[in-house]
Design a binder for this molecule. Structure first.
Ligand SMILES: O=C(O)c1cc(=O)[nH]c(=O)n1[C@@H]1O[C@H](COP(=O)(O)O)[C@@H](O)[C@H]1O
Length: 275
């Protein structure tokens, strides 16, 4: 999917919501455990109930890998279902990969070609040759971890090297990579006070912003400092939406939570005349 298509979807749905499919057998409604593929049945119900309220889905790969080959099959069925039934949805493989170039190229093949995701999250730590293999795919997007939502972000990301914070160096240097036009960045909603300075370095790139809901970040503050004329934000919520209920009404309950966020997003967009 192109960035222009994504912006068009955001304007049409008045939403820049990404729903995280962090599907955990210990948290899904117990009645689904009788199904042959409970993870897929859960994801399918959530997707069917929420797709009109969001523009992106982000399966976190850890939640699938945790169940071995069965988990991978559930992931495959989920991405195939999204691509076949809802091709307008932007899909994110939250895999946080990155390795020497030769290996990164195989990861890129796995997630962009074999599974056919629109994008993947990538750790920048190994540098240029670990990121560029992902950037060589046209209309596929590489979402680089810049300033993450967790407390451990302060261990390295905000530390200064030659007077400049590491996360800023990630932003600046990655702009010089071949294929940099395919870059997006992760900035946690819990780090929204950094967004103004981040936007000085990358005024237009899309940001994937996790950390509203369960982690406590504020949508309003994220918009105040991070929104661009082309919106430039995908705000993710996982647990806060998908585990709204453990009853048979779980999909409807998830849609209600997604709708709360969509309504807030619409207000943010309308108040800035961005629709
Ligand atoms: O790359 C991510 O998506 C990510 C980056 C980050 O800095 N913080 C973060 O929480 N995430 C992911 O975003 C999701 C957040 O889930 P909730 O806290 O349940 O909304 C999880 O899948 C995390 O792995």
């Amino acid at each position: 999917m192109t960035t222009q298509d994504l912006v068009q979807q955001i304007r049409m749905k008045k939403s820049f919501l990404c729903i995280g499919l962090d599907t955990d057998l210990e948290k899904i409604p117990p009645h689904l455990l009788q199904e042959e593929d409970p993870i897929f049945e859960f994801n399918k119900a959530i997707i069917d109930a929420t797709n009109h309220l969001c523009v992106a889905y982000k399966p976190n790969i850890a939640f699938y890998e945790a169940y071995g080959i069965k988990g991978w099959k559930s992931l495959q069925r989920t991405i195939d279902y999204l691509n076949e039934r809802y091709p307008e949805q932007f899909t994110i493989a939250d895999a946080k990969r990155g390795d020497i170039g030769n290996t990164s190229a195989r990861y890129a093949n796995a997630f962009f070609e074999d599974l056919n995701f629109d994008s993947i999250t990538i750790a920048p730590y190994m540098g240029k040759d670990s990121v560029e293999p992902f950037l060589s795919f046209e209309n596929k997007h590489t979402i680089l971890l810049a300033l993450t939502s967790n407390v451990g972000a302060f261990d390295f990301q905000t530390k200064k090297i030659n007077g400049i914070e590491l996360y800023k160096e990630v932003l600046r240097t990655s702009k010089t990579y071949k294929g940099a036009h395919n870059l997006m960045y992760v900035v946690g909603a819990t780090k929204s006070e950094y967004l103004t300075e981040i936007r000085e370095i990358i005024p237009n790139n899309f940001l994937l912003v996790p950390g509203v809901g369960a982690q406590g970040g504020s949508l309003e503050v994220v918009c105040e400092h991070g929104i661009t004329p082309d919106i430039g934000l995908l705000v993710n919520s996982s647990r806060g939406i998908i585990y709204a209920s453990t009853g048979t009404d779980f999909a409807k309950a998830a849609a209600n939570k997604a709708s709360d966020l969509q309504v807030q997003m619409q207000k943010e967009l309308e108040s800035r005349n961005l629709l």
